[in-house]
Write a protein that binds this ligand. Structure first.
Ligand code: ZN
Ligand code: ZN
Length: 80
């Protein structure tokens, strides 16, 4: 069984509004991608602790284009 993130795979977009100025925030991609360099050296459990993400969620970094507010949002992975 494989799970994919629908946002990463372009199935649909999820929009969030900035808590400061209510502008539509821009998806800056999944946070786990930034960790790829480190992942091979860590056990799964440790990786879990480090990125704080559950295996069935993809954590995306959203940034407000107006005030640069950054927020992390968990996207639920879909089974394919
Ligand atoms: Zn994703
Ligand atoms: Zn903002």
């Amino acid at each position: 069984m494989r799970t994919i993130c629908p946002v990463c795979n372009g199935l649909y977009k999820v929009d969030y509004n900035c808590i400061n100025c209510n502008a539509t925030m821009v998806d800056n991609g999944p946070v786990v991608n930034y960790m790829d360099d480190y992942s091979p050296y860590l056990l799964d459990d440790i990786t879990h602790l480090v990125d704080g993400a559950r295996r069935d969620e993809c954590v995306h970094l959203y940034r407000c284009p107006i005030c640069n507010e950054e927020q992390l949002h968990s996207i639920e992975r879909k089974r394919i």
